[in-house]
Ligand binder design. Structure first.
Ligand code: GLA
Ligand code: ZN
Length: 738
């Protein structure tokens, strides 16, 4: 399956426990406090407050958080007032500011200056623009790195990065942590009661770097401590990693290395634990700032923005666990440009729209369906050294509605004006370089106006999903350590499976292991390379109780220590799947054909880069290899287990077959599709009680017609519709059945 590669280029672009008294206070205080603050800025009943609070008090939020990312630190002060006034005119209700302005906030160590920022907040507030403040720790100033060069990250080759960009920092380093916490604490104290301030973004896109993991001596010491806490004894470490191999037995925790180049690949168990440690290091780094913000600013919400999509460096569920809501950045046009570069040619609109949708569904599911925020949404040509074209007319609106359709409670456009200096001079904003209105300005203004009129009911509705797609960091990281085939990428598999499942236009939650499966009719889980006993038990009981579980090759190969299981594959799920994997084969030439049968009978398919050869032990065969060394052997099976079914797709199916197979399986699992829509049109449903809102999103440049079996009201025009509705190029409709 080579439909999509997300390379590291894309990635480059892109604990303190909270005091218990604060934790007790903050829920109710948070709600009432923030409502009061927003009331003062002209915003009422913020939807994100309800997203957190169990105490909704019956009030429905009346509008989305619709804002813009703004850099007063990069703008002459005499323009701030005009900027604020123009933002208000465009309809924006908030601005996120200050997240890289460390050098201005702390011009030398321990000397803080927030006067300028206070004036900026006041100016925005005068125009009723609420403020989300970013703590500036992603961009330590030169005085800091000159004095403390040890805070700079060491990359996977063992080379120290250089200051001069941003995000060149080690998450473990105590000096970096101390100084990040100091500036965040001073900032928190300075703005705890500032009128207009409603919330915080801690740092910016943690791990956004060409080398997202640090391998320095501080990280090594931190890793050794983490390993000690996890395993307790060296005996346990040695056993779990299998260190007898290549004479790696550790007799002191201080001997444990980090996976830097060492004349041979690292121990897979150690390498997987290092990924987990680095993820923990980043989360615990963030939690230090969170601790202080909770204490000093109990009325403000706190979040952080991640790069978006399940890219895949930090366990985002842990990262957001104590934050108020998930926030991420979304640049579909920029993403399209990168894919174009990597694939040396145009990319189908479906790939872009479903990749963005995957990011949204992942963001929503990370906190169990709570509304999320797009902290940065593309507003124009986007890029650094090279940049994407201006989004087509309608696309900015479409991308905004797509976020709302998937459960967003807020969208901030990146950025207000376009910088005339610095590394992002070509990352275009709502204003052009000369401060005239950008080509997207009117469309954004119109979108905001429409969204404000949507009404509280739809904004409070939930996203309807009967399908779950499992995303598992352990599988991803373990597979990056040992892909088995250079083209086998977990993220690419997830993206293809999401794209194939999304094509049937039934809601999808993108869940992590451990999430309750009972709410779903079908659970899709590609490349479950690492399988814990707990997750296997969850899957077993899901199927036993009538669910359909669908997986593919490499199922259950490894345990959580990244050791290969000593039982025939698929290990812990052999009885559930009703098959034994007779052999497994990476494929480099002569792709075998796949012949479908039974419930999947249809056109022949092709096996891409991997084939698990299946020996049914009770399962029914739905596909066989049609050529090659394993011709005639089972490639796809379905098994009845308890009241449910489990499907093993041993072949790496090409996209057309995968689409057909997943669609047919979802239908047989009873997944309902609200409407048939033409290709290129995305549909999602949000619901509240018996009421359903159908979002139709045309991601293509041609107009489309959708048949609607029941008469509906078009919420955006107020018109009654029956029979069909048409969608213009990049058009959007929100229908509610009348
Ligand atoms: C990211 C960052 C921003 C900015 C934009 C555009 O998502 O969070 O600071 O760099 O992209 O590059
Ligand atoms: Zn480090």
């Amino acid at each position: 399956m080579r439909a999509l590669k997300i390379s590291s280029t894309f990635k480059t672009q892109h604990s303190l426990e909270r005091g218990s008294n604060v934790a007790l206070l903050s829920r109710r205080e948070f709600l009432s406090g923030t409502v009061a603050v927003l009331g003062a800025t002209g915003l009422r009943h913020p939807i994100w407050a309800l997203a957190n609070a169990s105490v909704a008090g019956g009030a429905l939020p009346s509008q989305l958080l619709l804002g813009v990312d703004y850099y007063p630190d990069q703008t002459p002060e005499n323009l701030w007032e005009e900027d604020s006034r123009m933002m208000a005119e465009a309809g924006f209700t908030n601005a996120r500011i200050a997240e890289f302005a460390w050098a201005l906030m702390e011009p030398s160590e321990g000397k803080f200056d927030f006067a300028w920022l206070r004036r900026a907040v006041e100016t925005l507030h005068k125009s009723n623009i609420a403020v989300i403040l970013g703590t500036p720790s992603a961009a330590p100033p030169p005085w800091l790195t000159a004095k403390y060069p040890e805070i700079v990250e060491v990359n996977a080759q063992g080379a120290r990065l250089y200051p001069g960009g941003r995000r060149f920092t080690c998450p473990t380093n105590k000096t970096y942590r101390r100084l990040s916490l100091a500036v965040a604490s001073e900032m928190a104290r300075a703005f705890a009661d500032a009128p207009g301030v409603v919330g915080w973004q801690i740092d910016n896109e943690l791990t956004l770097s060409s080398s997202p993991r640090c391998y320095c001596d501080f990280c090594r010491a931190g890793f050794q401590e983490w390993v000690r806490a996890k395993y307790g004894s060296l005996e346990h470490v040695n056993r779990s990693w299998g260190t007898v191999f290549w004479s790696q037995t550790y007799t002191d925790f201080g001997q444990i290395p980090v996976p830097l180049p060492s004349g041979g690949d690292p121990n897979p168990g150690l390498a997987l634990d290092y990924d987990r440690y680095q993820s923990y290091a980043n989360s615990s780094y963030l939690e230090e700032q969170l601790g202080v913000l909770r204490k000093v600013c109990p009325r403000h919400f706190v979040t952080t923005n991640n790069v978006g999509l399940p890219l895949d460096i930090i366990d985002l569920r842990s990262l957001y666990e104590k934050l108020d809501f998930v926030a991420f950045d979304n640049y579909p046009g920029f993403f399209e440009m990168l894919l174009h570069e990597q694939n040396s040619g145009p990319v189908s609109p479906d790939v872009i729209s479903s990749t963005a949708a995957l990011g949204h569904d992942f963001g929503r599911s990370l906190k169990g369906g709570k509304p999320f925020m797009v902290m940065e949404e593309q507003s124009g040509k986007a890029g650094q050294r090279s940049f994407s074209p201006q989004p087509e007319k309608g696309q900015l609106r479409l991308w905004t509605y797509q976020a709302i359709a998937h459960g967003a409670m807020g969208v901030n456009y990146f950025r207000w004006d376009t910088a005339t200096f610095g590394a992002e001079e070509y990352w275009h904003g709502v204003l052009n370089h000369d401060r005239s209105k950008s080509p997207g300005y009117e469309e954004i203004k119109q979108t905001i106006k429409e969204l404000k009129a949507l009404g509280p009911e739809v904004l409070n509705s939930s996203y309807a999903a009967e399908t779950a797609l499992v995303f598992d960091y352990d599988c991803d990281w373990a597979l990056q350590i040992q892909p088995g085939h250079h083209e086998l990428s977990y993220v690419a598999q997830i993206t293809s499976w999401y794209g194939a499942a999304a094509a049937s236009h039934t809601g999808i939650d993108v869940i992590l292991p451990g999430v309750d499966l009972t709410a779903y009719k079908i659970v899709l889980a590609p490349v479950v390379y690492v399988l814990s006993e707990t997750q296997a038990a969850k899957i077993r009981s899901f199927v036993q109780n009538g669910g359909m579980f669908v997986s593919n090759f490499r199922l259950g190969v490894k345990n959580e220590n990244s050791q290969i299981v000593r039982t025939p594959l698929p290990g812990l799920l052999r009885d559930v799947m009703g098959v034994t994997v007779e052999d497994y084969a990476p494929i480099y030439s002569r792709n075998p054909g796949v012949k479908f049968s039974g419930a999947l009978a249809g056109p022949d398919g092709e096996c891409g880069i991997w084939a698990d050869i299946l020996q049914p032990s009770g399962a029914e065969v739905l596909g066989t290899y049609a050529s090659g060394a394993h011709a005639g052997k089972a490639a796809i099976t379905i098994n009845s287990f308890g009241q449910g079914k489990s499907v093993y797709i041993g072949a790496d199916l090409e996209r057309a077959s995968l689409d057909r197979v997943l669609r047919s399986l979802a239908a047989s699992a009873g997944v309902r599709q609200a409407l048939e829509v033409p290709s290129g049109v995305e549909m999602t449903v949000r619901q509240s009680g018996d009421k359903h809102w159908i979002f139709l999103l045309n991601h293509t440049a041609t107009s489309k017609t959708v048949s609607i079996p029941r008469a509906c009201t078009d919420l955006l025009t107020g018109q009654w519709r029956a029979g069909t509705v048409d969608l213009s190029a990049y058009g959007v409709r929100v229908l509610v059945a009348s």
